[in-house]
Every structure is written in structure tokens, then in C-alpha cells.
Design a protein around this ligand. Structure first.
Ligand SMILES: Cc1ncc(COP(=O)(O)O)c(C=O)c1O
Length: 466
């Protein structure tokens, strides 16, 4: 049977053929032309019909299957699956993310990791070994705070790579950083807090999340030395969520003097710092300082996540908290769920123990360093007058634009060239004094695409008067 499909490709376009096929098919699913359950042509058939190589169609189908648009069953061909729905609950990820990305060729927005580089084979090996070895205990309920072995391994790992000073009893496995933040918000509310200080600029999804948890997010400005601790001191707030190792999104690092002052602030007020250490794995050795928590394990709650270092779908994160606070966090957690998947926790422990995590991070650091170099060179060539802030590592670049530039016009002009990128204002809460900027994430685009997207950004830049 040869199934037909109304699809064409444009050989003059700069879009790679696989991307064209993928985008067109996705559009047909989204606009309802292809209903769930519809059988679509085999890769061989469609490649033949379009006059392209089969690998082009295979790549497009694989991508759409990974995104949940297509279902491939051995022996019964490929059919359209139910389209993914957007979430209505508060989330740290913008709900518009997937819809917008379908129309774009290059997605330079923050909030993802390099999913294509997920070390599938190493992870499969670890999961397989864990499942093979699992006895009654491993397949049963674990304490809500996490499987003891996983907590033990993570404690050792965080001490080794981040200088975190904790014990397995004071470490909790969570469903990503999001759950850690939700737990902390609830504990703070129970202790009489009404507000939580956040960095401005910072993560808008986190601010919404904090608000929906019942706390008021109070923006504290950030400069080249990190959070303005003097402003925090005057704010009257007694807890702060921050990214001291690599400020999100400017890449500033909290200076040693401010680290000291921040700890003194927390001790004086009986306050807490929630340290979001989401991307330290991708900082150069020279840019990496030990976690803030190592200076004051009694005042700092350290939070990490597998979302950037492996993949968000794992929904794994961890919190290391002072003992008396951990008791309250455990109490709240016990009322919410009975912990996260023990199999995933043990797989992560094995992934760490076998050296696979260190290996993967080393590889990704080298890759991200290359991408950062492309941003540095290409922005100097195509976006004259812009300034790259922060240190030379991480997952995103903060490009400060010339003061006269219309940031939103540039974002729109980039979009017409298939580049999805956000301006600095997207991250700002109240600080309107910052010059216009672009925040360019290079986490999920390879070097070639990054080069093309910066050329396209350069065209947009010239169009809006750069
Ligand atoms: C600043 C920041 N912190 C933490 C995370 C990780 O959150 P989660 O572990 O819930 O996926 C993200 C993910 O986008 C982030 O941008």
C-alpha cells in the first residue's frame, strides 16, 4: 500500500531538508489535517515522493516521534499520535515553548539542556543493571527523602565536585528543582515568611511559581558582582533564592566580599539562602568556586538538578539543608508524595559511581566551550557594539546591546528569520535601569546551527539599526 501525503520541499530555502519535512508534517498534525491514528507513508515512500534521501525523512520522523507527534510500531508503520497538550499548572517552563519552537529553525531561548547529547547508552546500562539487581527492598517503597544508597552517593559526589558539606540524612531527592523550591516555599510560609527575595533579572517562571506557592517574590538587583546584598539587607525579607555561582541569566558571580556579607545577613536575621546551583557543571574550572553552602551549611539550602546535566524528563533534583530545616521539609514532603522513582534514583547513583556523569560533563563542557567561542566571535563580527557580560562559560550568553537599540524590535526581527531568542526584559522583574540585551542560550543548538543563527541575528540587528 502506498500512502500519499500533501508535502513539498523548497530546495532554494536555507532550511535543511529534514527540518522542512519535520516542520511541514508537524503543521499538518497541529492544524488537524492529519488526525490522530492516520497512517503516514513509510520513510522510503516519502523520500521517493519528495526526491530526497531516505535519511532526511528518517531524521524528521525520529524527531517527531521523540516529540510525541508520531507513533512508529514495528510491522504496522507510522501513525499520527495525539498531539502534545500544554500544561495548565504553574511550571518553570513557558507553556508557549513547544508551539513557538515548531515554527522556528533555531531556538536560542533558555530553559533547556542539550537533549540530543543525552548519554542514552550509558543511562540504559545503568537502568538495566539496577533493574536486574533489584531485590524486594529496591522494588518496594523507599523513605520519601530518597533511597539511602542514592543519598549516600550524591552526598559524596556533591562534596567532591562542589564542596557541599552535608550528610545523607540531610539530603533529599526531589522531583527536579521545581519540587525543591515548592517544598522550601511551604516551609518558609509555615515559619511565618510572607516573601522571598529573588534576583532581578532572574527566572520569570520561578517568580510565578513562588507567587502561586503563596509567597511574594521581591526583586533584588544584580550587578557585575552578583546580587546587591546591600539592597537585600534593606528589603526586610529573610530568605533569598539565588544563583550565586553563575547568575541566571547574566553570568555574574557573587564576589567573595558579598558571599561573606550575605552569610552574615542570614545569620543575623535567622534567615536562609536557597542556592540554585543549576549549571555549575558547565563552568570552567577557573570559573567554578565551591558552593556557597560550603561556607554556611547552617544557613544555606543547596539545590541541584539533573535537568541541565542530563535531561529534564528525569525529573530528579536534590536539596541539602540544615538538619533542623530538613526535618520540616521532610514533614511537608510526607504530606505530598512518597518520594520519587527509586529505580531512577539508583540509576543516577550508578551513573555517578561508574564515572559516566563525570565523563559526560567533561564532554559537554568542551562542547559548550566551543559554542561559547562561536558566540564571542560571531557577536563581535555581526553585532558590533554589543558586550558579552559574565564569565566565559555556562549555558547562555548575556549580550548587552547598544543603548539606543530597541530590544523588542530586534527579538521580532530575529523571529522573522527563524531565530527564537529572548530580550533581557523577559527576565526583569522591576529593575528597568538595565541597558537592552539579548539572552542567547547555546544549550540546544549545535555549532553549525549556532553559526547560522548568529548570522541571521546579525541581519536582524542591521535591520533594526545596529
Ligand atoms: C535557573 C534554573 N534553575 C533550575 C532549573 C531546573 O529546574 P528543574 O530541575 O525543575 O527542571 C532550571 C531549568 O530550566 C533553571 O533555568
Amino acid at each position: 500500500m502506498s500512502w500519499q501525503l500533501a508535502l513539498t520541499v523548497d530546495r532554494e530555502s536555507r532550511l535543511p531538508l529534514a527540518v522542512q519535512v519535520r516542520n511541514s508534517l508537524r503543521r499538518l498534525v497541529e492544524n488537524g489535517s492529519l488526525r490522530p491514528g492516520t497512517r503516514i507513508p513509510s520513510t522510503r515512500q516519502l523520500a521517493h515522493d519528495l526526491g530526497v534521501s531516505r535519511s532526511v525523512v528518517v531524521e524528521a520522523y525520529e524527531q517527531l516521534a521523540a516529540e510525541g507527534y508520531l507513533l512508529t510500531k514495528h510491522g504496522s508503520g507510522t501513525t499520527v499520535s495525539e498531539p502534545p497538550t500544554s500544561q495548565a499548572v504553574p511550571t518553570l517552563v513557558s507553556p508557549d515553548r513547544d508551539r513557538e519552537a515548531t515554527e522556528a529553525m533555531w531556538d536560542l531561548r533558555t530553559g533547556t539542556s542539550d537533549i540530543a547529547a543525552f548519554p542514552r547508552q550509558d543511562w540504559i546500562r545503568c537502568v538495566t543493571a539496577v533493574v536486574n539487581d533489584a531485590g524486594r527492598q529496591e522494588l518496594s517503597y523507599a523513605p520519601p527523602s530518597g533511597v539511602p544508597l542514592a543519598r549516600h552517593v550524591l552526598t559524596g559526589y556533591l562534596g567532591r565536585v562542589r564542596g557541599v558539606r552535608t550528610r545523607p540524612e540531610d539530603l533529599m531527592l526531589t522531583a527536579g528543582f521545581a519540587q525543591g523550591l515548592a517544598l522550601m516555599c511551604k516551609v518558609l510560609i509555615d515559619r511565618g515568611h510572607r516573601s522571598l527575595a529573588v534576583e532581578d533579572p532572574g527566572h520569570p517562571g520561578e517568580r510565578e511559581f513562588i507567587t502561586s506557592s503563596g509567597l511574594h517574590p521581591v526583586g533584588i538587583p544584580v550587578d557585575q558582582d552578583g546580587l546587591r546584598v546591600d539592597v537585600l539587607e534593606r528589603s526586610g525579607v529573610r530568605a533569598v533564592l539565588m544563583t550565586p555561582g553563575n547568575h541566571f541569566p547574566t553570568g555574574a558571580r557573587l564576589s567573595p566580599a558579598r558571599r561573606e556579607r550575605l552569610i552574615a545577613w542570614a545569620r543575623t536575621l535567622d534567615g536562609y539562602v536557597l542556592e540554585d546551583d543549576f549549571d555549575s557543571a558547565f563552568l570552567h574550572r577557573s570559573d567554578r568556586v565551591p558552593a556557597l553552602q560550603s561556607l554556611a551549611p547552617d544557613r544555606v539550602v543547596y539545590a541541584g538538578s539533573a535537568s541541565k546535566i542530563l535531561a529534564p524528563a528525569l525529573r530528579l533534583g536534590w536539596l541539602a539543608a540544615p538538619s533542623e530545616l530538613m526535618a520540616s521539609i521532610e514533614h511537608v514532603r510526607a504530606g505530598w508524595d512518597i518520594g520519587c522513582s527509586g529505580i531512577e534514583q539508583l540509576s543516577l547513583a550508578r551513573f555517578i559511581d561508574t564515572g559516566a556523569l563525570d565523563r559526560h560533563q567533561r564532554k559537554m563542557r568542551t562542547e559548550f566551550h566551543k559554542r561559547r567561542g562561536i558566540i564571542r566571535r560571531q557577536s563581535a563580527a555581526h553585532l558590533p557594539g554589543t558586550q558579552l557580560l559574565g564569565r566565559d562559560s555556562g549555558l547562555q550568553a548575556y549580550l548587552q546591546l547598544p543603548p539606543h537599540m530597541d530590544e523588542q524590535a530586534l527579538v521580532r526581527a530575529a523571529r522573522t528569520r527563524s531565530v527564537l531568542v529572548r530580550g533581557g526584559r523577559f527576565y526583569t522583574l522591576a529593575d528597568t535601569t538595565r541597558p537592552p540585551a539579548l539572552v542567547v542560550s547555546y544549550a540546544s543548538v549545535n555549532c553549525t546551527d549556532l553559526g547560522h543563527s548568529l548570522e541571521a541575528l546579525g541581519e536582524a540587528f542591521r535591520e533594526v539599526g545596529g
